[in-house]
Write a protein that binds this ligand. Structure first.
Ligand code: NAP
Length: 218
């Protein structure tokens, strides 16, 4: 399988990259620090044309089988409701978690279409849920809800192209974002997510699922 994945230099992305590579897949990973196959900052709109050209050159006529939009930020953790959540924090978060995901997908649509049955996996969060709304982390929650909505609408629009779109919660994972107390190791999360991505197809497109297969209330 030919796979492209964003944010592979640490955390869930690094574990997914390692697991897919070990399983023999052809993975092109991105990072913004120059440590991965391709350098990509998803907040740089000018980066997507050269990025798409690199991917095209790599995947060739067979196209791109799986795109994993994993890169994300959570910078409003612990912000106070009164006086917190400054405007630039909203802009920065949405640039990565929403616009960055959309532009990544948009730039790779030609490669995904050529695969015949391309798949797009968007790493959102359980915090995107409207039904589970415990409060707090307004910026992160809103951004992950937005990208869930984006994924579910893309799922409809891309049916005609045979492309399936899934939206996922990776678990509460022991990464820089999840912290050392988190419940799931990056490796466990990656193994679970790989099973979920494998199950993604025309019958499940638009799904919102956790790494362990649990469905999450919208
Ligand atoms: N950990 C959890 O418990 C948890 C729970 C629910 C959802 N998630 C989601 O799972 C995904 C992975 O999270 P994680 O825990 O692995 O986070 P992490 O350890 O903080 O890693 C985040 C990754 O995103 C990359 N990234 C951030 N800003 C970027 C940008 N502008 N352009 C390109 N890459 C950028 C980071 O690269 P740099 O090193 O350059 O910053 C890093 O590779 C995220 O979408 C997150 O929201 C995580």
């Amino acid at each position: 399988m030919k796979i492209v994945m964003t944010g592979v230099n640490r955390g869930v992305g690094a574990a997914l990259y390692a697991a897919y590579s070990e399983a023999g897949h052809d993975v092109l990973g991105t990072a913004r620090d120059g440590s991965a196959d391709v350098t990509l900052d998803v907040t740089d709109p000018d980066a997507f044309e050269p990025f798409a050209a690199t991917v095209e050159g790599h995947v060739g006529s067979g196209g791109l089988d799986l795109l994993v939009c994993n890169a994300g930020v959570y910078i409003d953790k612990g912000q106070p409701l009164d006086g917190g959540y400054p405007a630039d924090m909203w802009a920065q978060t949405f640039a990565v978690n929403v616009t960055g995901v959309f532009l990544t997908i948009q730039s790779l649509l030609p490669s995904l279409r050529r695969a015949g049955a391309g798949r797009i996996a968007i790493v959102s969060s359980v915090m995107a849920s409207q039904e589970n709304a415990p409060g707090g982390s307004y910026i992160y929650r809103s951004s992950k809800a937005a990208v869930l909505n984006l994924g579910r609408n893309l799922a409809r629009d891309l049916v005609a192209d045979g492309i399936s779109v899934g939206i996922y919660h990776p678990g509460w994972v022991r990464t820089d974002m999840g912290g050392p107390q988190a419940a799931v190791s990056p490796q466990e999360s990656a193994q679970g997510l790989m099973i979920r991505f494998e199950a993604l197809g025309p019958g499940t497109t638009g799904c919102f699922e956790a790494w362990d297969g649990a469905s999450i209330p919208l």
